[in-house]
Design a protein around this ligand. Structure first.
Ligand SMILES: Nc1ncnc2c1ncn2[C@@H]1O[C@H](COP(=O)(O)OP(=O)(O)OP(=O)(O)O)[C@@H](O)[C@H]1O
Ligand SMILES: [Zn+2]
Length: 569
Protein backbone atom coordinates (compact mmCIF):
# COMPACT_ATOMS: atom_id res chain seq x y z
CA UNK A 1 0.00 0.00 0.00
CA UNK A 2 1.39 3.35 -1.06
CA UNK A 3 0.79 6.71 0.61
CA UNK A 4 -0.38 9.40 -1.76
CA UNK A 5 -0.79 13.10 -1.02
CA UNK A 6 -2.95 14.95 -3.54
CA UNK A 7 -3.68 18.67 -3.77
CA UNK A 8 -5.80 20.62 -6.22
CA UNK A 9 -5.05 24.24 -7.09
CA UNK A 10 -6.98 26.37 -4.62
CA UNK A 11 -10.16 27.91 -6.04
CA UNK A 12 -10.19 31.66 -5.52
CA UNK A 13 -12.85 32.88 -3.14
CA UNK A 14 -14.58 35.59 -5.18
CA UNK A 15 -17.43 33.58 -6.65
CA UNK A 16 -18.61 30.24 -7.92
CA UNK A 17 -16.22 28.39 -10.19
CA UNK A 18 -16.94 27.61 -13.84
CA UNK A 19 -16.56 24.25 -15.58
CA UNK A 20 -13.12 25.29 -16.88
CA UNK A 21 -11.80 25.80 -13.33
CA UNK A 22 -13.32 22.47 -12.35
CA UNK A 23 -11.75 20.38 -15.10
CA UNK A 24 -8.41 22.19 -14.82
CA UNK A 25 -7.87 21.34 -11.17
CA UNK A 26 -10.34 19.87 -8.67
CA UNK A 27 -12.05 17.28 -10.86
CA UNK A 28 -8.98 15.43 -12.19
CA UNK A 29 -7.51 15.55 -8.68
CA UNK A 30 -10.67 13.88 -7.41
CA UNK A 31 -10.49 11.27 -10.18
CA UNK A 32 -6.97 10.38 -9.11
CA UNK A 33 -7.82 10.37 -5.39
CA UNK A 34 -10.80 8.07 -5.89
CA UNK A 35 -8.80 5.75 -8.10
CA UNK A 36 -5.89 5.55 -5.66
CA UNK A 37 -8.25 4.82 -2.77
CA UNK A 38 -10.00 2.20 -4.93
CA UNK A 39 -6.65 0.48 -5.42
CA UNK A 40 -6.27 0.25 -1.65
CA UNK A 41 -3.75 3.04 -1.11
CA UNK A 42 -3.68 5.49 1.76
CA UNK A 43 -4.70 8.86 0.31
CA UNK A 44 -4.80 12.37 1.73
CA UNK A 45 -6.66 14.66 -0.68
CA UNK A 46 -6.61 18.36 0.21
CA UNK A 47 -8.10 21.51 -1.20
CA UNK A 48 -9.04 24.92 0.22
CA UNK A 49 -10.35 28.31 -0.75
CA UNK A 50 -7.72 30.92 -1.65
CA UNK A 51 -9.04 33.93 0.21
CA UNK A 52 -6.56 36.81 0.26
CA UNK A 53 -5.81 39.61 -2.17
CA UNK A 54 -7.46 42.64 -3.70
CA UNK A 55 -10.13 40.83 -5.77
CA UNK A 56 -11.58 39.36 -2.55
CA UNK A 57 -11.64 42.78 -0.92
CA UNK A 58 -13.36 44.33 -3.90
CA UNK A 59 -15.90 41.51 -4.23
CA UNK A 60 -16.74 41.90 -0.54
CA UNK A 61 -17.15 45.66 -0.96
CA UNK A 62 -19.46 45.07 -3.91
CA UNK A 63 -21.52 42.66 -1.83
CA UNK A 64 -21.60 45.26 0.96
CA UNK A 65 -20.00 42.92 3.51
CA UNK A 66 -16.89 42.91 5.66
CA UNK A 67 -14.30 40.86 3.82
CA UNK A 68 -13.92 38.20 6.55
CA UNK A 69 -17.67 37.61 6.58
CA UNK A 70 -17.82 37.53 2.79
CA UNK A 71 -15.03 34.93 2.63
CA UNK A 72 -16.63 32.76 5.32
CA UNK A 73 -19.89 32.75 3.36
CA UNK A 74 -18.34 32.06 -0.01
CA UNK A 75 -16.25 29.28 1.51
CA UNK A 76 -19.45 27.52 2.61
CA UNK A 77 -20.99 28.05 -0.83
CA UNK A 78 -17.96 26.51 -2.55
CA UNK A 79 -17.78 23.64 -0.04
CA UNK A 80 -21.42 22.77 -0.62
CA UNK A 81 -21.08 22.76 -4.42
CA UNK A 82 -17.91 20.68 -4.19
CA UNK A 83 -19.77 18.11 -2.12
CA UNK A 84 -22.60 18.00 -4.61
CA UNK A 85 -20.10 17.45 -7.41
CA UNK A 86 -18.74 14.46 -5.51
CA UNK A 87 -15.32 16.04 -4.86
CA UNK A 88 -13.97 13.75 -2.17
CA UNK A 89 -11.62 16.06 -0.29
CA UNK A 90 -10.39 14.74 3.02
CA UNK A 91 -10.40 18.37 4.04
CA UNK A 92 -11.55 21.57 2.35
CA UNK A 93 -9.69 24.27 4.22
CA UNK A 94 -9.24 28.03 4.10
CA UNK A 95 -6.05 29.96 3.35
CA UNK A 96 -7.19 32.45 6.02
CA UNK A 97 -6.97 29.79 8.74
CA UNK A 98 -4.90 30.37 11.91
CA UNK A 99 -2.75 27.40 10.86
CA UNK A 100 -1.83 29.16 7.63
CA UNK A 101 -1.12 32.46 9.39
CA UNK A 102 1.30 30.70 11.68
CA UNK A 103 3.05 28.64 9.03
CA UNK A 104 3.34 31.52 6.55
CA UNK A 105 4.89 33.77 9.19
CA UNK A 106 7.19 30.94 10.25
CA UNK A 107 8.45 30.29 6.72
CA UNK A 108 9.01 33.99 6.04
CA UNK A 109 11.05 34.18 9.25
CA UNK A 110 13.19 31.19 8.34
CA UNK A 111 13.77 32.53 4.82
CA UNK A 112 14.90 35.82 6.33
CA UNK A 113 17.23 33.99 8.74
CA UNK A 114 18.72 32.21 5.72
CA UNK A 115 19.42 35.53 3.98
CA UNK A 116 16.84 34.93 1.28
CA UNK A 117 14.69 37.99 1.86
CA UNK A 118 15.63 41.54 1.03
CA UNK A 119 13.88 44.85 1.57
CA UNK A 120 13.05 47.00 -1.43
CA UNK A 121 11.80 50.55 -1.52
CA UNK A 122 9.18 51.10 -4.18
CA UNK A 123 7.02 53.83 -5.55
CA UNK A 124 3.34 52.96 -5.60
CA UNK A 125 0.15 54.75 -6.41
CA UNK A 126 -1.90 55.74 -3.36
CA UNK A 127 -5.54 56.76 -3.64
CA UNK A 128 -6.50 59.25 -0.96
CA UNK A 129 -10.22 58.84 -1.58
CA UNK A 130 -9.98 55.07 -1.20
CA UNK A 131 -7.48 55.30 1.65
CA UNK A 132 -5.27 52.62 0.10
CA UNK A 133 -2.48 51.77 -2.26
CA UNK A 134 -3.77 50.54 -5.60
CA UNK A 135 -2.34 47.49 -7.33
CA UNK A 136 -1.50 48.20 -11.00
CA UNK A 137 -4.62 46.62 -12.41
CA UNK A 138 -6.83 48.85 -10.28
CA UNK A 139 -5.53 52.02 -11.85
CA UNK A 140 -7.16 53.03 -15.13
CA UNK A 141 -6.45 55.77 -17.58
CA UNK A 142 -5.80 56.61 -21.19
CA UNK A 143 -3.22 54.53 -23.06
CA UNK A 144 -0.24 56.65 -24.19
CA UNK A 145 0.20 54.29 -27.14
CA UNK A 146 -3.28 54.04 -28.72
CA UNK A 147 -5.47 56.49 -26.81
CA UNK A 148 -7.82 53.78 -25.44
CA UNK A 149 -9.43 55.40 -22.38
CA UNK A 150 -9.81 52.31 -20.21
CA UNK A 151 -6.25 51.00 -20.20
CA UNK A 152 -5.14 49.34 -16.95
CA UNK A 153 -2.00 50.14 -15.02
CA UNK A 154 -0.38 46.86 -16.04
CA UNK A 155 -1.49 46.61 -19.66
CA UNK A 156 -3.65 48.19 -22.34
CA UNK A 157 -6.06 45.51 -23.43
CA UNK A 158 -6.81 47.39 -26.65
CA UNK A 159 -3.27 47.46 -28.09
CA UNK A 160 -1.73 44.93 -25.60
CA UNK A 161 1.14 47.29 -24.68
CA UNK A 162 2.60 46.55 -21.25
CA UNK A 163 2.37 49.64 -19.09
CA UNK A 164 3.39 51.09 -15.76
CA UNK A 165 0.70 52.99 -13.87
CA UNK A 166 2.77 56.15 -14.22
CA UNK A 167 2.56 55.84 -18.04
CA UNK A 168 -1.21 56.37 -18.02
CA UNK A 169 -2.66 59.70 -19.05
CA UNK A 170 -5.22 60.98 -16.53
CA UNK A 171 -4.97 58.03 -14.19
CA UNK A 172 -7.91 57.25 -11.89
CA UNK A 173 -8.81 54.64 -9.30
CA UNK A 174 -10.75 51.69 -10.74
CA UNK A 175 -12.26 51.23 -7.29
CA UNK A 176 -13.82 54.66 -6.80
CA UNK A 177 -13.05 56.56 -10.00
CA UNK A 178 -11.16 59.14 -7.94
CA UNK A 179 -8.34 61.02 -9.66
CA UNK A 180 -6.89 62.16 -6.35
CA UNK A 181 -3.89 59.85 -6.64
CA UNK A 182 -0.30 60.28 -5.61
CA UNK A 183 2.86 58.27 -5.83
CA UNK A 184 4.18 57.27 -2.43
CA UNK A 185 7.27 55.48 -1.31
CA UNK A 186 6.67 52.13 0.39
CA UNK A 187 8.90 49.28 1.56
CA UNK A 188 8.38 45.65 0.63
CA UNK A 189 9.97 42.26 1.17
CA UNK A 190 11.33 40.35 -1.81
CA UNK A 191 12.04 36.62 -1.91
CA UNK A 192 15.49 36.17 -3.48
CA UNK A 193 14.42 33.55 -6.01
CA UNK A 194 17.42 34.42 -8.17
CA UNK A 195 19.71 33.04 -5.44
CA UNK A 196 17.87 29.71 -5.65
CA UNK A 197 17.88 29.52 -9.44
CA UNK A 198 20.47 26.75 -9.77
CA UNK A 199 18.89 24.63 -7.05
CA UNK A 200 15.50 24.98 -8.72
CA UNK A 201 16.97 24.17 -12.12
CA UNK A 202 18.55 20.98 -10.79
CA UNK A 203 15.38 20.00 -9.01
CA UNK A 204 13.26 20.48 -12.18
CA UNK A 205 15.82 18.48 -14.20
CA UNK A 206 15.39 15.56 -11.81
CA UNK A 207 11.67 15.35 -12.76
CA UNK A 208 11.90 13.31 -15.91
CA UNK A 209 8.27 12.16 -16.01
CA UNK A 210 6.54 15.55 -15.80
CA UNK A 211 4.26 16.71 -18.62
CA UNK A 212 6.11 18.87 -21.15
CA UNK A 213 3.54 21.60 -20.46
CA UNK A 214 4.80 21.73 -16.89
CA UNK A 215 8.57 21.67 -17.47
CA UNK A 216 8.50 23.99 -20.48
CA UNK A 217 6.73 26.70 -18.46
CA UNK A 218 9.18 26.27 -15.57
CA UNK A 219 12.22 26.41 -17.86
CA UNK A 220 10.95 29.49 -19.64
CA UNK A 221 10.69 31.42 -16.37
CA UNK A 222 14.05 30.12 -15.20
CA UNK A 223 15.98 31.08 -18.31
CA UNK A 224 14.17 33.58 -20.54
CA UNK A 225 15.53 37.10 -20.54
CA UNK A 226 17.42 37.85 -17.36
CA UNK A 227 16.32 34.58 -15.79
CA UNK A 228 14.36 34.01 -12.63
CA UNK A 229 13.57 37.28 -10.86
CA UNK A 230 13.21 38.04 -7.17
CA UNK A 231 9.60 38.44 -6.21
CA UNK A 232 7.72 40.79 -3.93
CA UNK A 233 5.98 38.82 -1.21
CA UNK A 234 4.27 41.65 0.70
CA UNK A 235 1.49 44.11 -0.07
CA UNK A 236 -0.02 47.25 1.36
CA UNK A 237 -3.45 45.79 2.07
CA UNK A 238 -5.59 45.23 5.15
CA UNK A 239 -6.86 41.75 4.33
CA UNK A 240 -4.27 39.02 4.48
CA UNK A 241 -1.69 37.45 6.74
CA UNK A 242 0.12 40.18 8.73
CA UNK A 243 3.83 40.34 7.95
CA UNK A 244 5.71 38.86 10.87
CA UNK A 245 9.07 37.21 11.26
CA UNK A 246 7.94 34.00 12.90
CA UNK A 247 6.25 35.12 16.12
CA UNK A 248 8.08 38.42 16.17
CA UNK A 249 7.12 41.78 14.68
CA UNK A 250 8.97 42.81 11.53
CA UNK A 251 10.23 46.36 11.97
CA UNK A 252 9.21 48.55 9.04
CA UNK A 253 6.51 46.13 7.90
CA UNK A 254 3.75 47.25 10.22
CA UNK A 255 0.31 47.24 8.63
CA UNK A 256 1.42 45.13 5.66
CA UNK A 257 0.34 41.63 4.68
CA UNK A 258 1.92 38.81 2.71
CA UNK A 259 1.12 38.65 -0.99
CA UNK A 260 -1.59 36.12 -1.78
CA UNK A 261 0.70 34.03 -3.99
CA UNK A 262 3.12 33.64 -1.09
CA UNK A 263 0.57 32.31 1.39
CA UNK A 264 -1.78 30.36 -0.91
CA UNK A 265 0.50 27.36 -1.64
CA UNK A 266 1.61 27.25 1.99
CA UNK A 267 -2.06 26.49 2.69
CA UNK A 268 -1.51 23.06 1.09
CA UNK A 269 0.50 22.27 4.21
CA UNK A 270 -1.60 24.29 6.66
CA UNK A 271 -4.70 22.56 5.28
CA UNK A 272 -3.27 19.25 6.49
CA UNK A 273 -2.81 20.82 9.91
CA UNK A 274 -6.47 21.95 9.80
CA UNK A 275 -7.47 18.40 8.85
CA UNK A 276 -5.38 17.00 11.69
CA UNK A 277 -6.98 19.34 14.18
CA UNK A 278 -10.47 18.44 12.96
CA UNK A 279 -9.90 14.68 12.95
CA UNK A 280 -7.16 13.98 15.48
CA UNK A 281 -4.77 12.76 12.78
CA UNK A 282 -1.07 13.48 12.44
CA UNK A 283 -0.32 15.87 9.56
CA UNK A 284 3.45 15.86 9.84
CA UNK A 285 3.72 12.28 8.62
CA UNK A 286 2.38 13.64 5.30
CA UNK A 287 4.51 16.75 5.06
CA UNK A 288 7.76 16.39 7.02
CA UNK A 289 10.30 13.97 5.59
CA UNK A 290 11.92 13.79 9.05
CA UNK A 291 8.60 12.75 10.56
CA UNK A 292 7.41 9.95 8.32
CA UNK A 293 6.68 11.62 4.97
CA UNK A 294 9.71 10.00 3.31
CA UNK A 295 7.54 7.39 1.59
CA UNK A 296 4.78 9.79 0.53
CA UNK A 297 4.17 10.43 -3.17
CA UNK A 298 2.90 13.99 -3.65
CA UNK A 299 0.89 14.94 -6.75
CA UNK A 300 -0.46 18.41 -7.60
CA UNK A 301 -3.19 19.32 -10.12
CA UNK A 302 -3.67 22.74 -11.73
CA UNK A 303 -4.32 24.81 -14.87
CA UNK A 304 -1.35 26.10 -16.88
CA UNK A 305 -1.44 29.64 -15.49
CA UNK A 306 -0.65 28.29 -12.01
CA UNK A 307 2.44 26.34 -13.10
CA UNK A 308 5.13 29.03 -12.50
CA UNK A 309 4.04 29.46 -8.88
CA UNK A 310 4.15 25.71 -8.25
CA UNK A 311 7.36 24.89 -10.10
CA UNK A 312 9.34 27.93 -8.92
CA UNK A 313 7.90 30.22 -6.25
CA UNK A 314 6.52 27.64 -3.83
CA UNK A 315 9.52 25.28 -4.24
CA UNK A 316 11.77 28.32 -3.65
CA UNK A 317 9.96 28.88 -0.35
CA UNK A 318 10.38 25.26 0.71
CA UNK A 319 13.94 24.74 -0.57
CA UNK A 320 15.02 28.09 0.82
CA UNK A 321 13.69 27.25 4.28
CA UNK A 322 16.27 24.47 4.56
CA UNK A 323 13.65 22.51 6.49
CA UNK A 324 12.67 18.94 5.57
CA UNK A 325 9.39 19.67 3.81
CA UNK A 326 7.93 17.17 1.37
CA UNK A 327 8.28 18.55 -2.17
CA UNK A 328 5.96 17.76 -5.06
CA UNK A 329 6.76 14.54 -6.96
CA UNK A 330 4.43 14.98 -9.91
CA UNK A 331 2.77 18.11 -11.21
CA UNK A 332 -0.13 17.46 -13.56
CA UNK A 333 -1.07 20.59 -15.47
CA UNK A 334 -3.89 21.32 -17.88
CA UNK A 335 -4.52 23.55 -20.83
CA UNK A 336 -7.75 25.51 -20.96
CA UNK A 337 -11.30 24.44 -21.58
CA UNK A 338 -13.10 27.03 -23.70
CA UNK A 339 -16.81 27.67 -23.92
CA UNK A 340 -18.69 27.63 -27.18
CA UNK A 341 -16.37 29.64 -29.41
CA UNK A 342 -14.85 31.81 -26.65
CA UNK A 343 -13.39 31.68 -23.18
CA UNK A 344 -14.97 30.87 -19.86
CA UNK A 345 -14.81 34.04 -17.81
CA UNK A 346 -15.70 34.60 -14.19
CA UNK A 347 -15.56 38.38 -14.45
CA UNK A 348 -17.82 38.41 -17.51
CA UNK A 349 -20.02 35.57 -16.24
CA UNK A 350 -19.43 33.68 -19.48
CA UNK A 351 -19.98 29.93 -19.64
CA UNK A 352 -21.58 27.42 -17.30
CA UNK A 353 -20.88 27.69 -13.57
CA UNK A 354 -20.85 24.77 -11.16
CA UNK A 355 -24.13 25.63 -9.43
CA UNK A 356 -25.93 26.12 -12.74
CA UNK A 357 -24.59 22.83 -14.07
CA UNK A 358 -26.04 20.97 -11.09
CA UNK A 359 -29.38 22.74 -11.54
CA UNK A 360 -29.86 21.10 -14.91
CA UNK A 361 -28.19 17.67 -14.61
CA UNK A 362 -26.65 15.42 -11.94
CA UNK A 363 -22.90 15.68 -11.36
CA UNK A 364 -21.99 12.42 -13.14
CA UNK A 365 -23.10 13.71 -16.55
CA UNK A 366 -20.70 16.67 -16.19
CA UNK A 367 -17.93 14.63 -14.62
CA UNK A 368 -17.96 12.20 -17.50
CA UNK A 369 -18.00 14.80 -20.23
CA UNK A 370 -15.42 17.05 -18.62
CA UNK A 371 -12.95 14.28 -17.83
CA UNK A 372 -13.33 12.50 -21.16
CA UNK A 373 -12.66 15.85 -22.88
CA UNK A 374 -10.03 17.16 -20.46
CA UNK A 375 -7.76 19.82 -22.05
CA UNK A 376 -4.58 17.76 -21.78
CA UNK A 377 -2.44 18.04 -24.90
CA UNK A 378 -4.16 21.23 -26.05
CA UNK A 379 -7.07 23.50 -25.20
CA UNK A 380 -10.46 21.89 -25.68
CA UNK A 381 -13.93 23.27 -26.17
CA UNK A 382 -17.29 22.72 -24.57
CA UNK A 383 -20.18 22.78 -27.01
CA UNK A 384 -23.72 21.74 -26.15
CA UNK A 385 -23.88 19.53 -29.20
CA UNK A 386 -20.79 17.58 -28.24
CA UNK A 387 -22.02 17.35 -24.66
CA UNK A 388 -25.38 15.94 -25.78
CA UNK A 389 -23.73 13.45 -28.15
CA UNK A 390 -21.19 12.12 -25.66
CA UNK A 391 -23.62 11.79 -22.80
CA UNK A 392 -26.24 10.08 -24.94
CA UNK A 393 -23.80 7.72 -26.58
CA UNK A 394 -21.43 6.78 -23.76
CA UNK A 395 -23.61 7.01 -20.69
CA UNK A 396 -27.12 6.27 -21.97
CA UNK A 397 -26.61 4.00 -25.00
CA UNK A 398 -23.58 2.06 -23.78
CA UNK A 399 -23.41 1.86 -20.01
CA UNK A 400 -27.01 2.65 -19.02
CA UNK A 401 -28.46 0.44 -21.69
CA UNK A 402 -26.27 -2.49 -20.70
CA UNK A 403 -27.38 -2.31 -17.08
CA UNK A 404 -31.02 -1.94 -17.98
CA UNK A 405 -31.10 -4.75 -20.54
CA UNK A 406 -29.44 -7.40 -18.47
CA UNK A 407 -31.30 -6.68 -15.23
CA UNK A 408 -34.69 -6.51 -16.94
CA UNK A 409 -34.10 -9.66 -18.96
CA UNK A 410 -33.04 -11.57 -15.85
CA UNK A 411 -36.08 -10.37 -13.93
CA UNK A 412 -38.42 -11.53 -16.70
CA UNK A 413 -36.92 -15.03 -17.08
CA UNK A 414 -35.23 -15.89 -13.78
CA UNK A 415 -36.59 -13.36 -11.29
CA UNK A 416 -34.53 -10.91 -9.24
CA UNK A 417 -31.79 -13.33 -8.20
CA UNK A 418 -28.58 -14.22 -9.99
CA UNK A 419 -29.30 -17.48 -11.88
CA UNK A 420 -27.34 -20.68 -11.22
CA UNK A 421 -25.99 -23.21 -13.70
CA UNK A 422 -24.06 -23.46 -16.98
CA UNK A 423 -20.35 -22.92 -17.51
CA UNK A 424 -18.17 -20.62 -19.61
CA UNK A 425 -17.43 -21.38 -23.26
CA UNK A 426 -15.02 -19.83 -25.75
CA UNK A 427 -16.97 -16.59 -26.02
CA UNK A 428 -16.71 -15.95 -22.28
CA UNK A 429 -12.99 -16.83 -22.19
CA UNK A 430 -12.40 -14.33 -25.01
CA UNK A 431 -14.33 -11.66 -23.16
CA UNK A 432 -12.37 -12.23 -19.96
CA UNK A 433 -9.09 -12.04 -21.87
CA UNK A 434 -10.14 -8.78 -23.52
CA UNK A 435 -11.32 -7.27 -20.24
CA UNK A 436 -8.10 -8.27 -18.51
CA UNK A 437 -6.03 -6.60 -21.19
CA UNK A 438 -8.15 -3.46 -21.14
CA UNK A 439 -8.33 -3.17 -17.36
CA UNK A 440 -4.53 -3.40 -17.13
CA UNK A 441 -4.31 -0.64 -19.78
CA UNK A 442 -6.87 1.43 -17.86
CA UNK A 443 -4.79 1.08 -14.68
CA UNK A 444 -1.64 2.14 -16.52
CA UNK A 445 -3.35 5.30 -17.85
CA UNK A 446 -4.83 6.12 -14.46
CA UNK A 447 -1.48 5.58 -12.73
CA UNK A 448 0.13 8.11 -15.06
CA UNK A 449 -2.84 10.52 -14.90
CA UNK A 450 -3.62 10.29 -18.61
CA UNK A 451 -7.18 11.40 -18.10
CA UNK A 452 -8.53 11.19 -21.65
CA UNK A 453 -6.87 7.86 -22.37
CA UNK A 454 -8.31 6.48 -19.15
CA UNK A 455 -11.80 7.58 -20.18
CA UNK A 456 -11.35 6.01 -23.62
CA UNK A 457 -10.28 2.73 -22.11
CA UNK A 458 -13.16 2.72 -19.64
CA UNK A 459 -15.59 3.35 -22.48
CA UNK A 460 -14.03 0.44 -24.39
CA UNK A 461 -14.54 -1.77 -21.33
CA UNK A 462 -18.24 -0.84 -21.29
CA UNK A 463 -18.49 -1.48 -25.04
CA UNK A 464 -16.94 -4.94 -24.65
CA UNK A 465 -19.77 -5.94 -22.31
CA UNK A 466 -22.40 -4.60 -24.68
CA UNK A 467 -20.91 -6.47 -27.60
CA UNK A 468 -20.77 -9.66 -25.61
CA UNK A 469 -24.42 -9.30 -24.71
CA UNK A 470 -25.30 -8.61 -28.32
CA UNK A 471 -23.55 -11.74 -29.65
CA UNK A 472 -24.29 -14.04 -26.71
CA UNK A 473 -27.95 -12.98 -27.00
CA UNK A 474 -29.30 -14.75 -23.88
CA UNK A 475 -32.85 -13.95 -25.03
CA UNK A 476 -32.26 -16.26 -28.03
CA UNK A 477 -30.16 -18.83 -26.13
CA UNK A 478 -32.85 -19.10 -23.47
CA UNK A 479 -35.19 -20.93 -25.86
CA UNK A 480 -32.80 -23.79 -26.70
CA UNK A 481 -30.39 -23.85 -23.77
CA UNK A 482 -31.67 -22.19 -20.56
CA UNK A 483 -28.58 -23.33 -18.56
CA UNK A 484 -26.31 -21.50 -20.97
CA UNK A 485 -28.55 -18.43 -20.87
CA UNK A 486 -28.34 -18.54 -17.05
CA UNK A 487 -24.54 -18.47 -17.23
CA UNK A 488 -24.62 -15.56 -19.72
CA UNK A 489 -26.98 -13.58 -17.50
CA UNK A 490 -24.91 -14.33 -14.39
CA UNK A 491 -21.84 -13.03 -16.19
CA UNK A 492 -23.74 -9.92 -17.28
CA UNK A 493 -24.92 -9.15 -13.75
CA UNK A 494 -21.38 -9.57 -12.47
CA UNK A 495 -20.22 -7.18 -15.16
CA UNK A 496 -22.48 -4.53 -13.63
CA UNK A 497 -20.63 -4.85 -10.34
CA UNK A 498 -17.29 -4.80 -12.14
CA UNK A 499 -18.30 -1.65 -14.07
CA UNK A 500 -19.41 0.02 -10.85
CA UNK A 501 -15.99 -0.55 -9.30
CA UNK A 502 -14.00 0.53 -12.37
CA UNK A 503 -16.19 3.56 -13.12
CA UNK A 504 -16.43 4.95 -9.58
CA UNK A 505 -13.58 7.47 -10.01
CA UNK A 506 -15.41 9.02 -13.01
CA UNK A 507 -19.08 8.64 -12.07
CA UNK A 508 -19.28 7.94 -8.34
CA UNK A 509 -23.03 8.40 -7.88
CA UNK A 510 -23.99 6.09 -10.75
CA UNK A 511 -21.47 3.55 -9.48
CA UNK A 512 -23.06 3.64 -6.04
CA UNK A 513 -26.50 3.07 -7.62
CA UNK A 514 -25.16 0.10 -9.56
CA UNK A 515 -23.68 -1.49 -6.44
CA UNK A 516 -26.90 -0.83 -4.58
CA UNK A 517 -28.95 -2.47 -7.31
CA UNK A 518 -26.61 -5.46 -7.21
CA UNK A 519 -27.12 -5.47 -3.43
CA UNK A 520 -23.43 -5.73 -2.71
CA UNK A 521 -20.84 -3.71 -0.85
CA UNK A 522 -18.01 -5.62 -2.45
CA UNK A 523 -16.09 -2.89 -4.26
CA UNK A 524 -12.74 -4.70 -4.36
CA UNK A 525 -10.59 -3.75 -7.33
CA UNK A 526 -10.50 -6.53 -9.99
CA UNK A 527 -6.90 -7.70 -9.70
CA UNK A 528 -8.13 -11.03 -11.12
CA UNK A 529 -10.89 -10.40 -13.64
CA UNK A 530 -12.22 -13.98 -13.78
CA UNK A 531 -12.55 -14.04 -10.00
CA UNK A 532 -14.18 -10.61 -9.99
CA UNK A 533 -16.78 -11.88 -12.42
CA UNK A 534 -17.75 -14.63 -9.97
CA UNK A 535 -18.25 -12.27 -7.02
CA UNK A 536 -22.05 -12.47 -7.23
CA UNK A 537 -22.88 -16.21 -7.04
CA UNK A 538 -26.08 -17.93 -8.15
CA UNK A 539 -28.90 -17.17 -5.74
CA UNK A 540 -27.67 -13.66 -4.88
CA UNK A 541 -30.57 -11.18 -4.89
CA UNK A 542 -30.52 -7.94 -6.88
CA UNK A 543 -32.98 -5.31 -8.05
CA UNK A 544 -33.58 -3.55 -11.35
CA UNK A 545 -32.26 -0.01 -10.90
CA UNK A 546 -33.95 3.21 -11.95
CA UNK A 547 -32.78 4.60 -15.29
CA UNK A 548 -29.10 5.36 -14.71
CA UNK A 549 -28.70 8.03 -17.38
CA UNK A 550 -31.51 9.76 -19.25
CA UNK A 551 -30.81 10.96 -22.77
CA UNK A 552 -30.51 14.67 -23.40
CA UNK A 553 -33.22 15.69 -25.86
CA UNK A 554 -32.79 18.20 -28.67
CA UNK A 555 -35.26 20.52 -26.95
CA UNK A 556 -33.22 20.47 -23.76
CA UNK A 557 -30.03 21.12 -25.66
CA UNK A 558 -31.52 24.09 -27.52
CA UNK A 559 -33.00 25.47 -24.33
CA UNK A 560 -29.68 25.29 -22.45
CA UNK A 561 -27.74 26.60 -25.41
CA UNK A 562 -29.79 29.79 -25.44
CA UNK A 563 -30.05 30.06 -21.65
CA UNK A 564 -26.26 30.00 -21.31
CA UNK A 565 -25.39 32.11 -24.34
CA UNK A 566 -25.20 35.44 -22.54
CA UNK A 567 -23.58 36.33 -19.27
CA UNK A 568 -24.61 35.22 -15.83
CA UNK A 569 -26.79 37.82 -14.14
N1 LIG B 1 -10.70 27.72 -18.73
C1 LIG B 1 -9.97 26.99 -17.89
N2 LIG B 1 -9.70 25.69 -18.19
C2 LIG B 1 -8.99 24.92 -17.35
N3 LIG B 1 -8.51 25.34 -16.17
C3 LIG B 1 -8.74 26.62 -15.81
C4 LIG B 1 -9.48 27.51 -16.65
N4 LIG B 1 -9.53 28.72 -16.03
C5 LIG B 1 -8.88 28.59 -14.86
N5 LIG B 1 -8.39 27.33 -14.71
C6 LIG B 1 -7.71 26.76 -13.55
O1 LIG B 1 -8.68 26.70 -12.51
C7 LIG B 1 -8.02 26.66 -11.26
C8 LIG B 1 -8.72 27.54 -10.26
O2 LIG B 1 -8.52 28.87 -10.66
P1 LIG B 1 -9.01 30.17 -9.92
O3 LIG B 1 -10.08 29.89 -8.95
O4 LIG B 1 -7.82 30.91 -9.47
O5 LIG B 1 -9.69 30.92 -11.12
P2 LIG B 1 -8.97 31.77 -12.25
O6 LIG B 1 -7.72 31.13 -12.73
O7 LIG B 1 -8.91 33.14 -11.72
O8 LIG B 1 -10.05 31.63 -13.42
P3 LIG B 1 -11.03 32.81 -13.92
O9 LIG B 1 -10.13 33.97 -14.23
O10 LIG B 1 -11.76 32.27 -15.09
O11 LIG B 1 -11.90 33.06 -12.73
C9 LIG B 1 -6.59 27.06 -11.54
O12 LIG B 1 -5.78 25.89 -11.48
C10 LIG B 1 -6.61 27.59 -12.96
O13 LIG B 1 -5.39 27.34 -13.62
ZN1 LIG C 1 -3.32 50.98 -25.95
Amino acid sequence: MARILITSALPYINGIKHLGNLVGSQLPADLFARYMRGRGNEVLFLCATDEHGTPAELAAAKAGKPVAEYCAELHEVQADIARRFGLSFDHFGRSSSPQNHKLTQHLAGVLADNGLIREVSEKQVYSKADGRFLPDRYIEGTCPNCGYDRARGDQCENCTKQLDPTDLIEPRSAVSGSTDLEVRETKHLYLRQSALKDDLDKWIDSKTDWPILTTSIAKKWLHDGDGLQDRGITRDLDWGIPVKRGDADWPGMEGKVFYVWFDAPIEYIACAAEWAEATGNDWERWWRTDKGAGDVRYVQFMGKDNVPFHTLSFPATLLGSGEPWKMVDHLKSFNYLNYDGGQFSTSQGRGVFMDQALDILPADYWRWWLLSHAPESSDSEFTWENFQQSVNKDLADVLGNFVSRITKFCRSKFGETVPDGGSYGAQEETLIAELTRRIRAYEAHMDTMEVRKSAQELRAIWVAGNEYLQTAAPWATFKEDPERAAMQVRLGLNLIRLYAVLSAPFIPAASASMLEAMQTEDSAWPEDVAAALAALPGGHAFSVPEVLFAKITDEQREDWESRFSGSRP
